[in-house]
Design a protein around this ligand. Structure first.
Ligand code: C5P
Length: 241
């Protein structure tokens, strides 16, 4: 089994393209993130096939948000597949409902703090209280973890702040917004390299385009894995998950 600290975001068009990508990556990659963009393209079937037929770990990035009863029902259904991670928004009542829905499933609930695409102006428009984004992210992460989240999703730049919270002890920090040195940033603005993200306290890094858009995706994944095996990529989180 390869180093599952690397999660490859499968933001390809449909399940068929996803399967082709997984075949090219072979045993180099053991953990995949499947998100909303692929929901209508057979994403759930792909997730189940990768898990059941290929032994891969699965992160379902659904970012659920609704009244508690609806979140609970949605998570109950999704958690029956026993995927590894499922995302919900980090509002404490949403997290509590998700934990209720997950029951005894092995699916771990990860809370989205504040989407990394939002800036202060967006938060003002959403009537979210004043304060700097990293401080709000840290506070929101603390509330979500207290409410029972198994971990949080955040920018690597906020990982150290969250790792410092007592509530974060033994909890997972998963960071998108990761770029190998020299890679095209795309629309990601606040990035760190994979090794930097792990050193800042992340347990897993999510990388999409630098892998699936590469001419040789396996080669791209392997160079990230090499970076992760360097001594710079040592997590301050000593808990074994
Ligand atoms: O291609 P790239 O490496 O930028 O992909 C990052 C993945 O992580 C995408 O699937 C994106 O939707 C997701 N993501 C993100 N920022 C967040 C939450 C999720 O980039 N705050």
């Amino acid at each position: 089994m390869s180093d599952d600290r690397l999660i490859v975001a499968m933001d390809v068009g449909n399940a068929l393209d996803g399967l082709k990508l997984a075949e090219r990556l072979g045993d180099a990659v053991s953990f995949y993130k499947i998100g909303l963009g692929m929901l209508t393209g057979g994403g759930l079937a792909l997730a189940n096939e990768l898990k059941d037929e290929h032994g891969k770990r699965i992160f379902l990035d659904m970012k659920l948000f609704d009244i508690g009863a609806t979140v609970e029902a949605a998570v109950r259904g999704l958690a029956s597949f026993n995927h590894d991670f499922l995302t919900v928004h980090g509002d404490p009542y949403v997290v509590r409902a998700a934990r209720e829905g997950a029951g005894t499933s092995q699916t771990q609930i990860l809370a989205v703090t504040i989407l990394t695409s939002l800036d202060r102006g967006d938060l003002d428009n959403a009537l979210i209280k004043e304060g700097k984004i990293p401080d709000l992210v840290q506070e929101r992460a603390g509330f979500a973890l207290e409410a029972g989240a198994h971990g949080v999703i955040c920018s690597p730049q906020e990982a150290a702040l969250i790792r410092a919270l007592p509530e974060a002890e033994g909890k997972l920090i998963v960071t998108p917004g990761v770029r190998p040195a020299g890679a095209d940033l795309g629309d990601q603005k606040r990035v760190m390299t994979p090794a930097q993200a792990i050193a800042a306290g992340a347990d897993h890094v999510v990388v999409g385009r630098p892998v699936w858009r590469a001419e040789d995706p396996r080669d791209a994944a392997e160079s990230i894995l090499n970076e992760l095996s360097s001594p710079q990529a040592t997590s301050p989180n000593t808990t074994i998950h």
